[in-house]
Design a protein around this ligand. Structure first.
Ligand SMILES: Nc1nc2c(ncn2[C@@H]2O[C@H](COP(=O)(O)OP(=O)(O)O)[C@@H](O)[C@H]2O)c(=O)[nH]1
Ligand SMILES: [Mg+2]
Ligand SMILES: [Zn+2]
Length: 262
């Protein structure tokens, strides 16, 4: 037994600035009527207000998406697990049959937007460094990005969130469904290390299965870890590179778009 002691600390939470290892800027923080005092219980009240404001904005977004009959899917994962590649391949299959648009969030660069635009879908890139370098997309940022899209022309809006398994799970953006991508190079235990993400998402894509022959990866253990935090969560085993396993995922997506746009 090498572990002497297990320290449990609070999660790196947007409800409390003091435990945050990196700066988060939320424009609402300094908004009218919202105090930014940083002492005692007062602070907790202030920061919770941020999530309240986000929740309201998310509801506004949801209303707009409902009016326009747009199915919105929020795709999240750690950096490099294959969100963009999966979405490139997905768009190639579903366009133009499903009229799609993409909002993609990164701290910097338009690299992903360039890759996704090849599909012919309208793409809006959000660079969060203009919003303080946020490591997640908040509802008000989505609202701004949506302003750049022709909503009457869209049935499906795909949001590629900032690569991060932690705080994107805490920010409702008004979406209909959340999808998490986990790749087989990330280790089997990530779902139990980042349980909120896996609890909040409706389906998981286990990506890069083409690499399994080269790895000591226990796929069943990864699946068990996912089901430990989210029992019965549907898991689609895919390779965004070879498109193996894509059909069940595409079927799920087509079905959900159909339900919303009927
Ligand atoms: N072998 C393999 N590589 C993949 C797969 N999906 C993505 N990649 C690679 O993983 C890297 C990160 O992919 P990207 O789509 O940019 O991930 P993102 O950061 O989650 O958007 C790139 O080099 C991709 O080519 C896959 O299914 N198999
Ligand atoms: Mg990407
Ligand atoms: Zn964040």
């Amino acid at each position: 037994m090498y572990l002497d002691k297990l320290y449990r600390t609070r999660r790196c939470y947007h409800r409390s600035d003091t435990h945050h290892h990196h700066p988060h800027s939320h424009p609402e923080d300094s908004g009218p009527g919202i105090t930014t005092k940083k002492s005692g219980t007062r602070e907790i009240k202030v920061v919770r207000r941020v999530l309240d404001v986000n929740e309201k904005m998310a509801d506004e977004n949801r209303k707009v998406f409902a009016e326009k009959g747009i199915f919105v899917v929020n795709v999240m994962s750690s950096p490099g697990s294959g969100k963009t590649t999966t979405l490139q391949k997905t768009l190639a299959h579903i366009m133009p049959e499903i009229k799609s648009a993409v909002i993609v969030g990164d701290i910097c660069t338009t690299n992903d937007a360039d890759r996704l635009a090849v599909s012919g879908a309208p793409v809006v890139q959000i660079n969060t460094d203009e919003f303080g370098g946020d490591c997640h997309l908040a509802a008000h940022v989505i609202e701004k990005a949506v302003g750049g899209l022709e909503l009457d022309e869209i049935d499906l809006l795909i949001v590629e969130n900032v690569g991060n398994l932690v705080c994107p799970a805490e920010f409702d953006i008004g979406e209909d469904a959340r999808v998490v991508v986990l790749s087989v190079t990330e280790g089997e235990d990530k779902p139990v290390k980042y349980p909120l993400m896996f609890r909040q998402c409706e389906v998981a894509l286990l990506n890069k299965i083409d690499l399994l022959p080269y790895l000591d990866y226990d796929k069943q253990e990864a699946i068990d870890c996912i089901h430990q935090v989210h029992p019965k969560m549907p898991i689609f085993e895919i390779s965004a590179k070879t498109e193996e396993g894509f059909e069940p995922w595409l079927e799920w997506l087509r079905e959900r778009v159909k339900q919303k746009t009927l």
